[in-house]
Design a protein around this ligand. Structure first.
Ligand code: EPZ
Length: 448
């Protein structure tokens, strides 16, 4: 079946409604993807709960099938992965080019087969997606690494990786994941210095430990891994998506509403809570919920994106949309990616007053009384969500082209927002996925 017949690429938002109510948040995209890749290391079947129903997951699903794994859908958000018959160490370019996170396959393939051939993630709208830290980590584990014809080729000298010492010049999320994924079945001990501390990295570590891996220090900047011979199949639940949580909280803030996000982890969005609080938004929390009441927004704030627990780069566009409507001047600095302000031009078309400095890393935002709805185009997942939020806070109608980007990271975002009182719908109202039929269709989506 040609899924394009069912895939609409525009979202229509009519602004003006105050969002009110509570919603449960999806499972974390950026935990589900590496954990699915890690299932390649399991000797038995893996069952994953709270897997978000998004296009990026369907791409990783297709990649694992292409390598020989068998996957099935137990219910809307539960999948099983049986990697027993995986017999390939080379990932296909046609799928990898669609998903930078496909690079997470390097570590498991190298750990399982002593060899990995994975296409380089290449660039994306956020800027360069370098892989030098991944390569250095594999070399520290006694692999020969080369790049040929757009592929990273890694071979464990002597057929099995050996434990080693890895020192990252910056706490790369991807490189920390790949280093862990390679080290857990290496021969000997590995220390990873300046490791990323993102909750999704911790969730991957906890999943590997549940499979029988020996990892200590997760959540801190130094990880110690003791290699084991093999890992077993397990049943595991993915953590809540902190970026989807933050996106929904900001939807409440930009509409001056009262929104509670449930089944989440408040500490994972602490930096956002502080930023919204500085703007006068009332933020309250419980064990597994966060509430924003935004009828008293009094000003803007300044944020610099940073590795966790700093302000998440994946919430930078969404917060900037909100700051466009907050009185006064705000400064937003992007320190993780070198081209993450391309969406600002679309906000300016909606009447926002934002200027990006020549270094392309700093945006100066002056709040305006009201954004105005306009046709806009989403350049990536989080900028797409930011444009939806801008549309919610604007007067009139906003049509967002590039819905396929939003579907890559958010499970039916329009339904979640509509349940809070938003007027949001797909152009023709048809969702891209069929009901559980035992498999995800591989969707056609934009290259990253
Ligand atoms: C992960 O990307 C996330 N993706 C991104 O979320 C997130 O923005 C990013 O971490 C930062 O938090 C997934 O988890 C699937 P990095 P990743 O390795 O692993 C440079 C979203 O919307 N770098 O920390 O690629 C790199 O060029 C996505 O969900 C090197 O220089 O992040 C970039 O500028 C967008 N050399 C910066 O580090 C390397 O070897 C961040 O990269 C690796 C990275």
């Amino acid at each position: 079946m040609n899924v394009l017949d069912r895939l609409d690429t525009t979202l229509r938002v009519v602004g003006g409604a105050r969002l009110e109510g509570s919603v449960e948040v999806q499972g974390a995209k950026n935990a589900a993807l590496p954990i699915m890749a890690a299932a390649l290391l399991a000797r038995g079947k893996v069952t994953l709960h709270r897997v978000p129903r998004i296009t990026d997951v369907s791409v990783m699903w297709s990649l694992l099938e292409a390598l020989g794994a068998r996957l099935s859908l137990q219910d809307r958000n539960t999948i099983t992965i049986d990697a027993a018959n995986v017999n390939k160490a080379r990932a296909p370019y046609t799928l990898v080019r669609k998903l930078a996170a496909s690079f997470d396959l390097c570590g498991p393939l190298l750990g399982r087969f002593g060899r990995a051939e994975v296409p380089l993630p290449g660039g994306c709208v956020l800027g360069t997606r370098a892989t030098d830290l991944h390569e250095a980590a594999f070399r520290a584990l006694d692999a020969e690494v080369s790049v040929a014809h757009g592929y990273l080729i890694a071979n464990a000298r002597g057929g099995r990786l050996r434990g080693g010492e890895i020192e990252f010049r910056m706490p790369s999320v991807g490189a920390t994941k790949n280093a862990m994924l390679a080290a857990v079945t290496a021969d000997g001990d590995t220390i990873i210095h300046n490791a990323a501390m993102e909750p999704e990295v911790v969730d991957l570590a906890n999943f590997l430990v549940a499979m029988g891996a020996k990892i200590e220090g997760q959540g801190g900047d130094t990880l110690r891994v003791t290699g084991v011979a093999e890992l077993r199949g397990v049943e595991y639940e993915i953590i809540p998506d902190r970026i989807a949580t933050g996106t929904l909280l900001i939807a409440g803030a930009i509409t001056r509403g009262d929104v509670t996000v449930k089944k989440t982890r408040p500490d994972d969005v602490l930096a956002l809570q502080l930023a919204l609080g500085e703007c006068g938004v009332k933020v309250t929390t419980g064990d597994d919920w966060v509430r924003v009441q935004a009828d008293t927004v009094k000003g803007g704030t300044d944020v610099v994106t940073a590795p966790h627990p700093g302000f998440a780069t994946d919430l930078q566009p969404q917060l900037l949309s909100f700051l466009c409507t907050a009185p006064g001047v705000s400064v937003v600095e992007e320190s993780i990616f070198n081209a993450r302000f391309s969406y600002v031009n679309e906000l300016v078309r909606m009447g926002a007053d934002v200027r990006v400095a020549m270094d392309n890393n700093t945006a100066l935002v002056k709040g305006v009384a009201q954004l105005s709805g306009a046709p806009v185009e989403a350049p990536d997942i989080r900028a797409g969500a930011a444009l939806v939020l801008a549309g919610l806070g604007a007067s009139g109608e906003t049509e967002i082209i590039g819905l396929e980007y939003i579907d890559r990271g958010y499970e039916r975002l329009e339904e979640t927002l509509s349940s809070l009182g938003a007027q949001v719908q797909r152009a023709s109202g048809i969702v891209p996925f069929s009901e559980p039929t035992g498999t995800f269709e591989t969707s056609v989506y934009p290259s990253v």
